[in-house]
Structure formats: C-alpha cells, structure tokens
Design a binder for this molecule. Structure first.
Ligand SMILES: [Zn+2]
Length: 437
C-alpha cells in the first residue's frame, strides 16, 4: 500500500491524500487552502488550475496526475471547502467517479457550476453505512461521524493489502442536534477486523478533553436569547454558513419569538441544499443573498428592528461579509447603542483572520453594540476524542493529518501515549511525501 500525502500535512486546509494498491489509486479530498484563497474570491473563478496550484490555493496533484490512468475514484468525505474546493479544478483531469455523501455531493455540484470548469466525472452518492465496490480490489465504505457540516463520513478503503481509514474531519458528539451520533459500533468492529493505516484529524490535538456537544451549545444559545430578548434591541447572530446544525439550533431556540432573516450569499448557498434534504426547515425564514435583496430586507427590518433575529455572514470579519458592512454602517438598517451581536463561532487563528476580527469588533463597539463571543464548540475532536478513535480503530500505522507540523506533532505525542513509536508505526508526513507500507 502506497500513501501519497499531497496536501494538508504542512497546513490546515489544502487537503488531498492518495492511496495506491496494486496499480490502482484512490484520491481522498481535493480542498482549498482557505488562507491563500482570502480576498481572491472573484479572480479565482477564472483562474486556471495550474496557477491555482502554483499559488498554493489547491493541492499539487502532479505525482498522481502523471499516472492518472491508475486513478479509479475520488472520494470526498464532507463538504467543507478545504476538502471539496479543488474538485472543480482537479477532478476533471481524471477519468473516474466522484464518490460522496448526499449533502457533500450537492456542495460539489454547486462548486462545479460556480467555477464553470469541465467536470464530467460520474457522480456516486453513498449514504452512511453503505459500501461501494470501486474495483475488484477496492471497496469504499462510509462510516457516520459527527463534525460541523451534515453527512460527514469517515472513509474506509477495503483492499487486499488491508484497510485504509481516512478520518478527516471528525469529532465524537454524543448528543448532536442534527442526525445521529458517530457509528462507534462500526468503528469498533472495524478495529477488530483490522485497520492498517489511519489518517487522523490533528486540528485540535493540542486541546485537552473533548469537544463540547452541539446540544450544550444549543442550551447556551437559548439562555443567551432569553436574556437579550428582554430588551427591545436588535439582535444579530453570526456563525459559519455551512454549520447547518447550529443554524437549526438558532431556529429552535428562537422558537418563533422573533421573525428570522438569513442574510448573506453563503447562508443561502449552504442552507438551500440542506433544506432540500430535510436537514433544516426554512419555512418562515426570510433569506437575502444578493445586494438588492439584502437592502430590501434590511429596510423592512429597520422599521421593526426589535421584531427580528438577524442571522448573517461574517463571523471571521471577512471584508465583503454582511456583518462587516453592518459595522461600517453600509445598510439602511443601522446598529445602535444597546443592540446585541452574538458570535456563535470562534476565530480561525490565522494572522489575517485575527486582524480582520480586530477591526470588526472595534467598529461594532464604536456603533454601541454589545458583543457576545464564543458560543461555539469546535467541529474537530479534541485530544480525548482522538484517543477514543485510535482505541476504537486500533490502526497498525498512525498518520496525523490536517495540520502544520505543530498540530501533527501534538497528535503524534498522543499516539505515543497509546504505544505508537515514531518512525516505526507512527509517521509525521509533509506535503509531497510518498510512503510504502
Ligand atoms: Zn471540515
């Protein structure tokens, strides 16, 4: 079994891994490097794939491209852009199917149509718990795990040379608000059947304990809204647009007390496919995406500002987001002293994000808004979640993924605590490594 660590081993994002078994290759994920993508949004749609690779926006697939006749499938585990963003640019070069879960496939279709690239690969939608026989040697299995976007799957490749498990991204939420808990029974069973290699999610390997459950975040949101609704002020919540579970919680705890507006393009892009699959009920929610719609809706809200709950984009302080424009007093709806802005998110800790968030908070405070932070749990398993996964799957070989050297090293120290030995059955890889096992 040959492992190609193409992207996501020097950074968070840019994810792409490939596995070769008896002259057949399976690609796992083709993601954006979000940090490199920032502020390039409009240029990117017209950018050729080679330039995207050169700029480090998508992974360098050269090592696989040169032997592309061996590639039998592209498997995408979930719909976050750091896992699917590159599909529209890279997948079309391979004569093989794209395999993903229902919600992920909708995001992939959206990406392909937006980026207007030729992508004629056959699409295969695989549900949780299902398997797909890709070739006589390779069967793909999707095991349900929890994360922060619907339909996240841990991928297992069953091959004559052993089972390969790809656990990006994942956490173990025992009380999710949407969908089921992770299928730990199947994970344990796979551990008994034998896993040769596990690529694990190192994003939060340095955080102690476990990631808080989504239902506990829903309780915090309920408590917060109960409190702020006592005042007759405007209330704004911002969160990740792809976090359908969180948006569902917001609707639940609002419980029709206020009218709800979802404002911002990405909110529409992620919630519409989720509602088509029955993951969120958007009845009664007013949604505004493009600037004309946004202005019209804000005008309406301004007249009855304490009757509305505004959910908008911009939790990272992104320049063109709705919250940023609100902070610059850019709409007919005006934030004023005593209004509440709730961040149901955490700042993704990059230098750019920190700087953008600083400016955003400063400007919101200038308008007199009260800011509430960090009503949020990470979608990435903390140290004890990662330990549980290792103990369930008991892989022969452990490969930390999804992080820079510091995060991979944190994950490696955890694996060492579980008995793995560095460079014997535990390996810290870099982008572009090829390893034979
Ligand atoms: Zn993710």
């Amino acid at each position: 079994m040959k492992l190609y660590t193409l992207g996501g081993y020097n950074e968070v994002g840019n994810n792409m891994t490939a596995v070769e078994i008896r002259d057949e290759i399976v690609i796992l994920d083709m993601g954006y490097h979000m940090e490199e993508l920032m502020d390039l949004d409009e240029e990117v749609e017209a950018m050729p794939s080679k330039l995207m690779i050169k700029k480090g926006i998508i992974p360098d697939d050269q090592a696989i491209y040169t032997q592309r006749e061996k590639v039998k499938g592209i498997v995408i585990g979930h719909g976050h852009l750091d896992h699917v963003g590159g599909v529209a640019y890279l997948a079309g070069s391979y004569d093989c199917p794209i395999i993903s879960s229902p919600y992920t496939m909708k995001i992939i279709e959206q990406q392909i149509s937006e980026n207007k690239k030729e992508t004629h690969n056959k699409r295969i939608v695989l549900n949780q718990g299902e398997t797909y026989s890709l070739t006589s040697n390779i069967t793909v299995e999707f095991v349900k795990v929890t994360h922060s976007i619907p339909d996240t799957m841990l991928t297992v490749l069953h091959t004559p040379e052993g089972r390969f498990a790809y656990g990006l991204d994942f956490r173990l939420d025992n009380s999710p608000v949407l969908g089921e808990t992770a299928d730990t029974e199947r994970l344990e069973e796979l551990g008994r059947e034998g896993i040769k290699i596990l690529v694990g999610d190192s994003t939060r390997a340095g955080d102690r304990g476990t990631s808080a459950s989504e239902s506990s975040i829903r309780d915090q949101l309920r408590f917060k809204l109960d409190h702020v609704y006592r005042e007759n002020s405007a209330v704004v919540i911002t969160t990740f647009s792809s976090h359908i579970e969180r948006l569902k919680s917001i609707l639940e705890v609002n419980n029709n007390r206020r009218k709800v507006a979802f404002i911002g393009r990405s909110l529409k892009d992620y919630t519409f496919p989720a509602s088509e699959l029955g993951y969120i009920n958007l009845n009664g929610v007013e949604i505004a995406s493009y600037s004309g719609e946004v202005n019209k809706l804000f005008k309406k809200i301004q007249k009855n500002r304490d009757h509305w709950l505004i959910v908008c984009t911009g939790n990272q302080g992104e320049d063109r987001s709705v919250l940023n424009r609100l902070s610059r007093d850019d709409y007919e709806f005006k934030l004023q002293t005593g209004d509440h802005v709730i961040f149901s998110s955490s700042t993704i800790p990059t230098a750019v994000n920190r700087a953008e968030r600083y400016k955003l908070e400063r400007d919101l405070k200038k308008l007199g808004a009260k800011l509430h932070f960090d009503i949020h749990a990470s979608g990435h398993g903390h140290r004890e979640d990662l330990r549980t996964l290792i103990n369930l799957l008991k892989p022969e070989i452990m490969i930390p993924g999804h992080g820079d050297i510091h995060k991979l090293a944190e994950h490696a120290t955890l694996a060492q605590e579980e008995g793995y030995v560095l460079n014997k059955n535990l390996f810290i890889c870099e982008n572009g490594n090829v390893m034979d096992f």
